[in-house]
Design a protein around this ligand. Sequence first.
Ligand code: P1T
Length: 387
Amino acid sequence: MRPEASSRPLALDTLAVHAGQPPDPVSGAVMTPIVLASTFAQDGPGNHKGFEYSRSGNPTRQALEACLAALEGAKHGLCFSSGLAATATILHTLRPGDHVLSGDDVYGGTFRLFDKVMKHFGVEYSMVDMRSPDAVRAAVRPTTKMVWLETPSNPMLKVFDIAKMAEIARAAGAVLVVDNTFATPVLQQPLALGASIVVHSMTKYLNGHSDVVGGALMTSDEGLRERLAFLQNAMGGVPGPFDCYLVLRGLKTLGVRVRHQCASAAILAEKLAGHAKVKRVIYPGLASHPDHALAARQMKLPGAMISAELHGGLDESAGFLKRLGIFACAESLGGVESLAEHPAIMTHASVPEASRRVLGISDSLVRLSVGLEDVGDLWADIEHALS
Ligand code: P1T
């Protein structure tokens, strides 16, 4: 794509294919080269072509960072070796005594980082159900420097009002970080709603093919970018060039995948809600979801993740997961293949049982990530596993 092609602002589907990836100036290759070099020759000390050492910067990673920034409507993107490496790097902008106010439902590994790692460095955290802005305002402390949320959240699919949380964070002088892993920029762009940083597990929809573990953050705040780029290099949790290439390749179909996966998820959620073995379906696209109206306003589509409580206990939910044939019983989400898991035993085992009980992460809760298989086949698989 030539930069002067048109003055019209490009849509996400076009950016996903082209942003940050002009044809290679040396060969004209339309796919970004994988530059495996760990170091780059300099004409003399400090006299280089923009790259010195691949931890500090790498051309394949730079292309991915530029593409991701464009997708989130950000000025800057930074990539990491995992979603948790991105999260850890963001948390290292804080100092001992600072407080993070987090949504009450986050990925178990994010909770573990707050609770078992950052706390030992003096960074405090507390959690609040962000569906109540008053509760959030009341939970803000004089030391609150960061407000953190996932929406839809993992695994209870709570939807939080990003613009409202941005307003509260701003009033408190805190930075709002939104983990946009479940929604992707196809469904919502948190920076446009007032967030300061967006973070992703690229392992999920962004890569989309379950063959990379990676993370990313995007921001338009120059001060934050400078600090975060410093930490990216200083802490060193960067992805390899081959992984960056795979994510670039996956991103090209992001919009097509996510929209198709959402359409299938909406069909499966309706069908699940009408099944006698299912006690409750949690899907932001259903009118029964408590945040349905907010989801309809804030998101282009309600996502492709479904959580459901089955009748019975652990035996019934484990039996369901064992009987599934197309859905693999596995952690993770967002790939082309459908996955199903048991949050209490798998992804959220690090959340204390008492907290899980309050949140509703019970033994009868299962979580589905709807892939790209034929939706009739997926429903037949679920129906068979429920029977
Ligand atoms: O696994 P990693 O790439 O380090 O990303 C961590 C992470 C961050 N944020 C959210 C919302 C996530 O869901 C995750 C990872 N989640 C799973 C592995 C899972 O199955 O829920």
